[in-house]
Design a protein around this ligand. Structure first.
Ligand SMILES: Cc1cc2nc3c(=O)[nH]c(=O)nc-3n(C[C@H](O)[C@H](O)[C@H](O)COP(=O)(O)OP(=O)(O)OC[C@H]3O[C@@H](n4cnc5c(N)ncnc54)[C@H](O)[C@@H]3O)c2cc1C
Length: 589
């Protein structure tokens, strides 16, 4: 089946919906394709807030936000794009309010704001209230608000359409190939402009806060087309996942005053006294950036100050103490995460501290783009005509080596909108080009191989092995030996992946087949993460090499661009970091 649209938006999360809304308002014929129903996108799981210098609670400025984001990125973020994001964040949040988003309010009725990790006033003086929020369901509200606007404007949705490939014609993208889950049919979607907003790859790790659908599809699809991925070594571990499960306890909990405690500090639960972060980051304490807090937790555990686990696990966690906040704050401002603690750990956060450990959370790297979402084809900034990306799948390089909390929700609305505007300009004279009606042959072959190739390898075995090795070797702390072992293990899994077979032969809702395809995408991401981590012989932001503990600006103040050059080979190129206003300095909080 062949469909024709001016523009195809792949992904119905915040980035995709914001982009689609821009296009539909100019009366373009636009379709959104999503492997999930739109409101199941991961944007809906995000909790704590969206950062913008509204200054509703105390003085703030986009320039301070700009500085904090640069410093948070460990100076790897591109300063031209960060400046744009922080400037446009204010308007983007007000626009969401005008679309009807029910933000939490101050007593005077303004959008309420709370502190978040790494966000400060006056270039690092003290924490600032910058995160606009709707209780701890901010992403849920953003997603529903944008979805309603899209429905109101008659955006055409193709839900449960799984995009498996781009249609490329030299250096121009002509659309996508999608698999319809309900029927098993393959569809060709021809488009003059294509947008990817497919989210991250957290499911490559065994402990993650990410949804099951976070399988790195967009990144892998580009990699397989010979396009590069940028800064893949930078994987954010959020410090406070529920122990063993990885389900997120938002940083909003520390924004509201929550304190991390170790085994020597349990007598202080409920008192509000400082915990171990006060020594590591005296100014912002528990609101240091995530990379620092995650490392601090590991260090506490390693130094024997972890809290005794039960049975086999030993002392492997610390606790997050909210008790001193009292029932009203916990129930009103943190209702969802309290529910998670009760439901999944049988812990009552009003009276007991919550057991937490770092959890794989966010992809800083991804598909390289310019400030308008246009995809780069290489490190020399040649572009792919007609192909745009934004959100977690992309690397416009606003997060550099470490993303600050609340900056992803800003990223998706600011750059989703900018990409939409850029696509409108491009569509003024872009043509459909020719697409062969056999464009789906390659993908059909892959599906046939998985269904009928007689492969004996099982998806679950490979997936579990990948998740374990990535967690062990490419987690919060990394060494040459550990990364090499994981990289080799992932390459072996990629070889075994060729012999995967699915037992379900049905056409309709073949979730076993979908999981097999997702595993292939995840393995590509895991591979490029490990290769990039091995290459970067320094510690910067979330990439912490025990064997190279220092940041090395002379050698490594640059972006890595990894491409796949063969079944078993990758190649690297590099791009300079754009520095405009803030010269790199040591990162002290
Ligand atoms: C638990 C949690 C809490 C968070 N809290 C915050 C927070 O408080 N503040 C903040 O700034 N950030 C937060 N984040 C990060 C932030 O939510 C995400 O980075 C952001 O929402 C990603 O948006 P997106 O539009 O890029 O992707 P998503 O919202 O994940 O959307 C991806 C879309 O792509 C579709 N898709 C994927 N692959 C395919 C394919 N192959 N074919 C078709 N469709 C496909 C999916 O169906 C989905 O619609 C949080 C993340 C998590 C996991």
């Amino acid at each position: 089946m062949i469909h024709k649209f001016d523009a195809i938006v792949v992904g119905a999360g915040g980035a995709g919906l914001r982009c689609a809304l821009e296009l539909i308002q100019q009366n373009f014929n636009v379709a959104v394709l999503s492997k999930l129903h739109p409101v199941r996108s991961h944007t809906g799981a995000s909790q704590g807030g969206i950062g913008a210098a509204l200054g509703n609670e105390e003085p703030d400025s986009p320039e301070w936000h700009f500085f904090d984001t640069v410093k948070g990125s460990d100076y790897l973020g591109d300063q031209d794009t960060i400046e744009v994001m922080c400037e446009e964040a204010v308007e983007a949040v007000l626009e969401l309010e005008h679309f009807g988003l029910p933000f939490s309010r101050t007593a005077e009725g303004k959008i309420a704001q709370r502190p978040f990790g790494g966000h400060t006033r006056n270039f690092g003086e003290a924490s600032v209230k910058r995160a606009a929020y709707a209780a701890d369901r901010t992403g849920h509200m953003i997603l529903h608000t944008l979805f309603e606007q899209c429905v109101k404007n008659d955006v055409r949705f193709f839900n449960e359409f799984y995009v498996l490939d781009l249609i490329m014609d030299g250096s121009t993208c002509r659309g996508v190939i999608a698999y319809e889950l309900a029927t098993g049919d393959l569809h060709i979607f021809q488009a003059r402009a294509t947008f990817l907003g497919t989210g991250g790859y957290g499911r490559a790790f065994s402990i993650t806060s990410n949804a099951h659908a976070y399988t790195g599809d967009g990144m892998s699809i580009c990699l397989r087309q010979g396009l590069p991925l940028e800064d893949m070594e930078f994987v954010q571990f959020h410090p406070t996942g529920l122990r063993k499960l990885g389900i997120l306890v938002s940083e909003a909990a520390r924004g509201e005053g929550g304190i991390l405690r170790n085994s020597t500090d349990m007598a202080n639960v409920g008192t509000g006294k400082d915990g171990f972060m006060a020594e590591i980051a005296p100014t912002v304490k528990d609101l240091a950036p995530r990379d620092m807090v995650s490392r601090a937790i590991y260090n506490e555990i390693k130094a024997g100050r972890g809290i005794e686990g039960t049975g086999d696990t030993g002392a492997d966690y610390v606790v997050l103490d909210l008790v001193h906040l009292g029932a009203d704050v916990i129930n009103e401002k943190l209702p969802d995460i309290s529910h998670f603690a009760r439901k999944y750990l049988a812990v009552e956060p009003i009276t007991e501290p919550i057991p937490v450990q770092p959890t794989a959370h966010y992809a800083m790297g991804g598909i390289p783009t310019d400030v308008d979402g246009l995809v780069f084809a290489n490190a020399r900034n040649d572009v792919v005509n007609g192909l745009y990306a934004a959100g977690e799948v992309a690397c416009v390089s606003v997060h550099g080596a470490n993303r600050l909390g609340t900056n992803s929700l800003v990223d998706i609305v600011v750059f989703g909108r900018r990409a939409g505007k850029a696509m409108i300009n491009y569509l003024a004279d872009a043509e459909f080009g020719r697409v062969s009606d056999t464009a789906n042959e390659f993908i059909q072959g892959e599906i046939d191989r998985l269904k009928n190739g007689g492969g004996k390898e099982k998806v679950v075995d490979l997936r579990v092995a990948m998740q374990k090795t990535m967690m062990a070797g490419v987690g919060v702390y990394r060494t040459k030996e550990g990364i090499t072992e994981s990289r080799d293990a992932v390459k072996e899994l990629l070889r075994r992946y060729k012999h995967v077979g699915v037992t379900d032969k049905h056409a309709f809702f073949n979730t076993e087949l979908v999981e097999a395809i997702e595993l292939g995408f995840l393995l590509d991401c895991a591979w490029t993460i490990a290769e990039s981590a091995l290459l970067r012989t320094e510690s910067r932001g979330a990439h912490s090499r025990v064997d190279y503990p220092d940041r090395d600006d002379a050698k490594w103040l640059k972006h890595t661009m990894i491409s796949k050059t063969g079944d078993d080979e990758v190649a690297f190129d590099f791009k300079p970091v754009t520095i405009t206003k803030f010269k790199p300095k040591p990162r002290v909080y």
